[in-house]
Design a binder for this molecule. Structure first.
Ligand code: GRF
Length: 202
């Protein structure tokens, strides 16, 4: 399967997806890393690894027009799937509709808890025993689509949002490639991923 990754920043999850794709048995390949931020650090990394990149600043552009531009690039790259990885833009309904069922996002909380920002601080403030991360199918509402997989990360005494975030990142970097691989092969592995792919994504 051909996957395009959308990033806005560091791109460590994109890097995890990229390196996992180097394994012989990996059922997906990255065909494009695209960004609304030409300075996104992940672009240089993708370039160095020989993955096509595209970036265009969204500033001053209408959301629909910008998303149409992104969509055009994804299609030109031959993408079958889109993986959002720290893409800090709300997507237009048209864009989401166009990629319905073929676009995943990673979010640093145990959804449905703590959508949006500051997830780790919310989990600590609430006295939760676990933070974590989730992979979900993207639907028009923010961080709201069907959850495909999650990893729980124990909150330790004295944890700060930063220390918890660091451990959740390790979990993210394992979970995203594994989930994406399972997702693109879901017809062969219908019971993988909490056994939920059949019910949620087929
Ligand atoms: C990750 O924590 C992800 O869950 C969230 O944004 C962050 C992106 O980090 N959506 P990186 O750019 O992949 O390092």
């Amino acid at each position: 399967a051909k996957v395009a990754v959308l990033i806005s920043g560091t791109g460590t999850n994109m890097a995890a997806l990229l390196y996992a794709a180097k394994a012989e048995a990996c059922p997906y390949e990255l065909v494009l890393v695209a960004s609304n931020n030409p300075d996104a650090a992940g672009l240089a990394l993708a370039n160095a690894e020989g993955i096509a990149t595209w970036a265009h600043p969204h500033k001053g552009m209408d959301r629909n027009a910008f998303d149409a531009l992104v969509d055009e690039r994804l299609r030109a790259a031959g993408a079958d799937y889109v993986a959002l990885a720290g893409y800090m833009r709300i997507l237009s309904d048209d864009f989401v509709a166009r990629w319905a069922g073929r676009m995943l996002n990673i979010h640093p909380s145990l959804l449905p808890k703590y959508k949006g920002l500051h997830t780790h601080q919310h989990a600590i403030d609430a006295g939760d025993a676990y933070g974590g991360c989730s992979i979900h199918i993207v639907t028009p509402a923010l961080d709201d689509g069907p959850v495909l997989a999650q990893t729980e990360v124990a909150i330790a005494p004295g944890d700060t949002a930063e220390s918890l975030a660091r451990r959740v990142q390790f979990a993210e970097h394992q979970l995203y490639p594994a989930t994406l691989a399972a997702f693109v092969t879901r017809e062969r592995n219908p019971d993988y991923l909490l056994g939920r792919v059949r019910e949620l994504a087929m």
